[in-house]
Design a protein around this ligand. Structure first.
Ligand SMILES: Nc1ncnc2c1ncn2[C@@H]1O[C@H](COP(=O)(O)OP(=O)(O)OP(=O)(O)O)[C@@H](O)[C@H]1O
Length: 630
């Protein structure tokens, strides 16, 4: 926790400024007895004394010292802010996590409750609740604010927790029999730490402002000294009419500074826990600047040129390096297949290379060029111009991008209108053409998404990806959710479209048999690295890497008898760790202890356009073997 705090303060100047300001205000409150010898409520001095001497802020008409009220008032104001922030955040977190974990009716009930609290107008609710809880002093104010302030945090946390709930690691924890409390607190909660902290600071800010508002209206216990009640009494006693503007200005400034401190810390947390803000753009540039000269010197080729790309995810447990120093080229008009077991980094590579990797995803290093254009360095506006027009992406859940309440035609139009095609006749003609291309009927343009099957919706998504005639379409398991016959049909259509339009396709799947049939070239990924790359026929006929050989034997021969599929024993290594040796070592039937577990094999060319990262094919190791044989 303290490590996280230090990291936050170091990495975000805003959080550091906010933290410093907050610390100063907390010290003001704690050191109140040192900063003033007077009680904030004692009516022992002359009325309306001017600031100066022993009364730096003068006195009230009842003869109370205003400086004493300011420093002691900081105590209660901070207490209200922190406690209400904590209580509301705890309620929001508990409800958000329970909704996500238990799902079903619990989720629905919590959702309805949260929405009801969100739509209830805040101030009247505060006023009514505080009328019920009158007489409880400062604690009733805290209860009122906590009750009215939890809903925002609950909504955000519920949404994030719902996403987390479907992550593989949570499913795995549940499947392995972990108790609900452990799944919630040990698996899910740490992933939400940044959001919870942000929720705390914004609720604390809400609490401070609400207290001031309530006190100013005279609701609650105005005999307590807070910055809010100071404002109330200043107004009630006509401080401004008497020219005692400092009575209003001092607590007003205190509230403004406290609000600024909370807001700055909140921004800082967002900056650090939402890597999209700093990492995808700024940090990537910094990280990559050292490599740039080296990459530029090596010259670019092909349509898409991925060079030394490293990407992954920033998690509370440390970075997951899902793509490790991957270099790959896509030639114009080429069908490049990318295969590998689940979790080896294929999707991360696709999303990172197309600048679609969302937080907590981050590009650590490398370069991606589309015909020389540095995609990772583009400003958001320039990126919007390029994306869909020059390249597009279709993924497994693409069909879910269709808005259920709009006819398909409008959505296909939208994709083109966003890039400047507005002529209705042209839009319609193009939409019909696209539908014909992907095997849909013109009549389907008038349908709502729910009237189409999954396969048809996925075809619509593919049609939309082709709408602006991009040079490259990256397809990440676009047909996996569909049945085998539909899958094959769509794939054949995609291939026909590619040939007709001359576009390049990067096709990702763990089904190597599909790729062997369709691809010009195949790259095999394992543990975040490309371990073998070759023309499809070469790879099928003579796979070199033991991992590729294993993958090949996991599906039946294309023309031979149907054999039993055999999985690869063992599991891929965790991508959260460093892998300074061959990542396939533990599972490799041909492993060479003393070599493969000591060093990492470089990818070397074994034949033209055929490269492998394996010591069995490394020239140095081969030479040594030859020596030994002599
Ligand atoms: N949001 C995330 N936070 C942390 N780790 C993640 C996240 N998303 C993916 N990972 C991890 O990154 C690694 C690579 O995942 P990726 O989805 O890129 O693999 P993949 O080969 O596409 O798998 P699949 O075929 O199942 O889609 C996996 O170990 C995965 O657990």
């Amino acid at each position: 926790m303290s490590g996280g705090l230090t990291r936050l303060l170091r990495r975000s100047p805003r959080a550091a400024a906010g933290g410093g300001l907050l610390l100063a205000l907390v010290l003001l409150a704690l050191l109140a007895p040192v900063l003033t010898p007077f009680s904030p409520t004692a009516q022992t001095f002359g009325p309306w004394l001017q600031p100066g001497g022993v009364h730096p802020l003068g006195t009230t008409p009842l003869g109370q010292d205003l400086w004493a009220q300011l420093v002691y008032g900081a105590r209660l104001t901070l207490l209200i802010g922190f406690t209400a922030g904590l209580v509301a955040t705890a309620i929001g977190t508990a409800l958000g996590l329970s909704a996500a974990y238990f799902g079903g009716r619990t989720n629905e009930a919590i959702n309805v409750l949260t929405n009801v609290f969100l739509v209830l107008p805040g101030l009247p609710l505060l006023i009514i609740t505080s009328a019920f809880l009158r007489g409880g002093g400062v604690w009733s104010v805290i209860v009122v604010i906590s009750l009215t302030g939890w809903a925002w945090g609950a909504r955000v946390l519920r949404a994030q927790a719902l996403t987390l709930r479907h992550q593989d690691f949570v499913n795995a924890a549940i499947a392995s029999g972990e108790r609900p409390a452990r799944v919630i607190f040990a698996e899910m909660l740490p992933n939400l730490a940044g959001l919870i902290a942000a929720s705390f600071f914004s609720t604390a800010l809400y609490a401070v402002l609400s207290e001031a508002g309530l006190a100013f209206l005279g609701i609650g216990d105005v005999s307590q000294v807070t910055w809010g009640t100071m404002l109330y009494w200043a107004q009630a006693k006509g401080a401004l009419l008497q020219g005692a503007w400092w009575w209003v200005a001092a607590p007003g400034l205190g509230i403004a500074l406290l609000g600024t401190a909370f807001a700055l810390v909140n921004f800082g947390i967002d900056e650090v826990t939402n890597p999209r803000v700093i990492h995808s753009v700024k940090a990537t540039r910094v990280l990559r600047s050292g490599r740039r000269a080296q990459l530029a010197a090596s010259g670019a080729q092909g349509l898409m040129d991925i060079r030394h790309l490293s990407a992954g995810y920033l998690t509370p447990q440390g970075p997951v390096r899902a793509v490790r120093d991957v270099s790959l080229q896509v030639a114009p008009g080429e069908f490049l297949g990318l295969a590998g077991e689940s979790g080896c980094g294929k999707s991360t590579l696709a999303f990172a290379a197309t600048r679609l990797l969302d937080a907590p995803g981050v590009v650590f290093d490398g370069e991606v060029r589309l015909k020389g254009l540095d995609l990772l360095d583009l400003e958001p506006d320039a990126l919007r111009e390029v994306r869909w027009k020059r390249y597009s992406l279709v993924f497994q859940a693409s069909m879910n991008i269709l808005n259920p309440v709009l006819r398909v035609r409008e959505q296909v139009y939208d994709a083109m209108q966003a890039h400047g095609v507005h002529d209705r006749a042209r839009l319609e003609a193009r939409a019909r053409e696209l539908f014909a291309l992907v095997g849909l009927r013109e009549a389907d343009l008038g349908a709502f998404p729910h009237q189409l099957s999954g396969g048809m919706k996925q075809r619509v998504a593919i049609a939309m990806a082709l709408a602006l005639e991009p040079e490259l379409v990256v397809m990440d398991e676009p047909t996996t959710a569909l049945d085998v016959v539909v899958q094959r049909q769509i794939l054949q259509e995609i291939d026909a479209v590619r040939r007709r339009l001359g576009i390049s396709i990067v096709f990702i799947t763990h089904d190597l048999s599909l790729l062997v049939e369709m691809s010009d070239r195949i790259a095999i990924m394992y543990a975040g690295e490309v371990v073998e790359e070759a023309p499809a026929r070469v790879l099928y006929a003579a796979p070199h890497h033991p991992y590729t050989r294993r993958l090949m034997s996991a599906f039946p021969a294309l023309d031979g008898p149907v054999e039993r599929r055999e999985g690869i024993p063992g599991r891929p290594p965790s991508l959260a760790q460093d892998l300074p040796y061959c990542p396939f070592f533990d599972r490799c039937p041909s492993r060479m202890p003393g070599t493969c577990d000591v060093d990492k094999p470089a990818r070397v060319e074994v034949a033209p356009a055929h490269s492998v990262a394996c010591f069995l094919h490394s020239p140095a190791v081969k030479k040594e073997e030859a020596h030994a044989a002599d």
